[in-house]
Design a binder for this molecule. Structure first.
Ligand code: GLA
Length: 392
């Protein structure tokens, strides 16, 4: 890693204090995992496409100390109560609460041959839950790093991301792609992660240009990926790929789109999905080129087009996100704005001129307040560091 990323002092202090209060001993290690925001390349990861996320400077801190009796105790610095279970009792479906992510990762590590011991743990997080910023991937990643440290093992970051993705599939019933877990585990400060989800390779792309920053505006509508819509879109894409006789929709280039759409045998639903995925992959490549050239206005136009495609073709936006995107896109200090993440709520991302971010937050907030009677939470973030582990 290029430089030592900042230690989230306030959140860590809260966790350490609560840990000692609950368990009457200090933790042995801290795992810190950020949330992520996706700049572009939405709903393409499970189609083998290209995504461009960054870690954000909101994170989850997990403090852990091993136990010798095989029990696992989990707590948070923000809510009362301790969840306790037997570290060998890890079958999916045992828990509906947040311990399922921990259990899922422990089960994956156990399958990979690591004898994870029992432990006491406490978390605190500044990642808004339901904000579409991957709070669950952060918990999975932090759990993975902490458990590996407890057994004195190491694992390739991308392999750990895949293990965490499997936990999300099996323990939260969300058939997600690899983007969130890879972003949380593999991002580097100051860089976007250009990830090829089929080749499973990535490049750290510098987010140049001090004049521009990433602005996140949270609609406050809690998204529920498990609601079935996400799985339905994914299934429609996979069915379309089968009918088009390609391994995944990634293999249809922008130049082949018209011919693909003209083929009989695709339903209207499949056509919309194909159009979104193919054009989104194309936009991501163009956006990366524009960002590399320092042309933020051009990059922003691809963000705007991405939002329209997600709203109209893929139908994963909602009225609140549409309003935020529409108002932000009209701001002269905004290069582009779109919904980010799975959708159906969650957040928008805008590329915004740094010195005008506060004005944009104010103006979008005013318009949102006029319609919904509340102001959306918004914050500027650098491209932050990926997950990391501290031994105490
Ligand atoms: C969620 C999933 C990701 C990805 C996005 C949409 O965040 O977890 O795998 O599919 O939605 O791009």
């Amino acid at each position: 890693m290029a430089s030592t990323p900042p230690f989230p002092e306030e959140t860590s202090t809260r966790v350490l204090r609560q840990f000692e209060l609950l368990y009457a001993r200090p933790p042995a290690l801290l795992a810190i995992a950020p949330g992520r925001v996706n700049v572009i390349g939405e709903h393409v990861d499970y189609n083998g496409g290209w995504v461009l996320p960054a870690a954000i400077d909101r994170c989850l801190v997990l403090a852990v100390a091993p136990r010798t009796d095989g029990r696992v105790r989990l707590a948070t610095a923000d809510f009362e109560g301790v969840i306790e279970f037997d570290g060998k009792d890890l079958a999916p479906g045992r828990a509906k609460d947040w311990s399922r992510y921990v259990r899922g990762v422990m089960a994956g590590l156990t399958r990979a041959g690591h004898a994870v011991p029992g432990f006491d743990a406490c978390i605190a997080s500044t990642i808004p839950v339901g904000g579409g910023l991957s709070s669950s991937a952060a918990l999975e990643a932090a759990t993975g790093l902490a458990c590996l440290a407890l057994v004195g093992a190491d694992m390739d970051r991308f392999a750990l991301a895949k293990l965490c993705q499997q936990a999300e599939h099996d323990y939260a019933n969300v058939p997600c792609g690899i983007m969130d877990q890879a972003a949380v585990l593999c991002c580097e400060p100051g860089h976007l992660l250009l990830l090829d989800c089929e080749a499973e390779t990535f490049v750290h792309t510098p987010l140049a240009g001090d004049a521009w920053s990433l602005l996140i505006i949270n609609s406050g509508v809690s998204h529920e990926l498990a609601s079935g819509e996400y799985a339905q879109r994914r299934a429609a894409c996979e069915q379309a790929a089968r009918r088009l006789r390609v391994p995944s929709l990634r293999h249809i280039g922008a130049g082949d789109l018209a011919a693909a759409l003209a083929l009989p045998g695709l339903t209207e639903e499949m056509r919309r999905c194909v159009r979104h995925v193919v054009t989104e992959n194309d936009r991501t490549h163009h956006c990366v080129a524009a960002l590399k050239a320092g042309d933020f206005p051009a990059a922003g136009r691809h963000l705007n087009a991405s939002h329209a495609s997600l709203r109209d073709d893929y139908r994963v936006s909602c009225a609140e996100l549409d309003l935020i995107a529409e108002v932000a896109q009209r701001e002269s200090a905004v290069a582009g704005c779109r919904m980010t993440g799975g959708g159906f709520g969650g957040s928008c991302i805008a590329l915004v001129r740094r010195e005008s971010a506060a004005d944009v937050i104010q103006n979008v907030g005013d318009a949102f307040h006029a319609r919904y009677g509340r102001r959306p939470a918004a914050f500027v973030t650098p491209a932050a560091a990926g997950a990391r582990l501290f031994r105490l």
